[in-house]
Ligand binder design. Sequence first.
Ligand code: FES
Length: 225
Amino acid sequence: MTDEVKPPTPAAPPPAAHAAPAVAKPAAPAVPPANLAGKTTTAAAAAGKASTRDPDDTSPLVTRRVWLAMAWGAFSAGSAVALAATGRFMFPNVLNEPPQQFKVGVPADFGMGVDERYKESNGVWIVRTADDIAQHASGFYVLSTTCTHLGCTPNYLSAEGKFKCPCHGSGFRTTGINFEGPAPRPLERVRVALAEDGQILVDKSRKFQYELGQWIDPDSFLQIA
Ligand code: FES
C-alpha cells in the first residue's frame, strides 16, 4: 500500500472585487488644548517654535541682549553712585583753613609801610606806621584783605600808596579808609599784640571797624616806639 499524496491547500481567495479599497486618511493636525493655546509650556512647544524661526531672523535675541545690557548698565550705574556716596561718607571734605592766630616775626623784621608777606597765606596786610590816624602813635596795625563791598581781594599799589579792588574798583588808603568805588566802609583791622617771645601776634578772630569807633581799641594797634 502506497501513501496518497494530498494536493496542497489552495491559498485563500482574493477579496471580492466589489469590496471598497482601504483609503488612508490624512493624519489630523495636532491641536493644542484650548486652555493652553498661546502658551509655551513645554520644551516640545519651544522646540516647535524654534524650528519655525527663520534662521536669518535674529531680532528677538538682539532685543533681549539689548534689554540685558541696559539692565546691567543701570545696575552698574546705581552701584557706582552708592559706592561714591559711601566713599564721601568715609572720607568727608576737610577744609584746611589757616589758623586764626599766628606769629609773623619780631617788629625789627618790618620796615615802614605795607607788608604783603601774609596776604596770600593768611589774608592780612601788616602795616607799620609812624603816626596812626586813630591811635596817634607809631606802631603796627593789621588790615583784613577782604573788600568791604562784596568780598574780593584788593591789590596793593605801592606807587599810588593805596589798595585797589579788581572787582568793582573800590580804593582804600593804606590806613584802610575807603575813598573811591562802591565799598561802603573801610577795611577791617584785626587784633595785634606782642607775644611773650617778642614776636608780633595776629589774631583774626577779633575784628575792629572804623565806622564803629573800634580803631581806638588798644587791641587793634601794637604801639612800638
Ligand atoms: S568787591 Fe571790591 S569793589 Fe566790589
